[in-house]
Design a protein around this ligand. Structure first.
Ligand SMILES: [Zn+2]
Length: 172
């Protein structure tokens, strides 16, 4: 099934047929998304509906996935739930895009062809923040330095009780 999604397909044909394509794409098979991921396990549920509006092929792209991004503070996974829908014009000529509805992004389909995987991947990439981070620093994994500091603090806390046994004996 993936072969169908990674191979460029004729967008005019899909638009005229009003095709609906739906699949679960492995995240590991999205080369532009992979570098942003801390974990490439899992799939994205992708659904693309083709239509023609104002004579131009259009795609409505829905993606649903749980992405394990790399927190730029602690480098551990920070999970992002994606559930997005976008419409794009599929244009062969970038100049043509200016005549179309400016509220809808044009996507270049060279020679009228585009891989469905690329459309879905683009939609997922839009959801990825520029600098992924845990919302709250306390969710971040401690760095080695912080872990060492924390251990030292615990030792300090324990020290006042170290001599307690001795003190009790002496008190008798
Ligand atoms: Zn973090």
């Amino acid at each position: 099934m993936l072969a169908d999604w990674s191979r460029p397909v004729d967008v005019d044909r899909l638009a005229d047929a009003g095709e609906l394509r739906e699949t679960d794409l492995p995240l590991a098979d999205m080369p532009r998304l992979v570098p942003a991921l801390a974990s490439t396990e899992g799939t994205a549920h992708c659904r693309i509906v083709f239509s023609r509006e104002r004579g131009q092929p259009m795609a409505e792209i829905s993606v649903e996935a749980r992405l394990g991004l790399r927190c730029q503070h602690c480098l551990q996974p920070v999970w992002l739930a994606v559930d997005d829908v976008s419409k794009v014009w599929l244009v062969t000529d970038p100049e043509r895009a200016e005549e179309l509805d400016p509220g809808i992004e044009p996507t270049l389909a060279p020679e009228g062809r585009i891989a469905l995987r690329d459309l879905a991947e683009e939609e997922l990439l839009l959801a990825v923040p520029l600098v992924p981070r845990h919302e709250d620093d306390t969710q971040c994994a401690p760095t080695e330095e912080q872990a060492a500091d924390r251990q030292q603090e615990e030792e300090v806390v324990q020290r006042p009780f170290a001599g307690l046994g001795e003190l009790l004996k002496r008190g008798r």
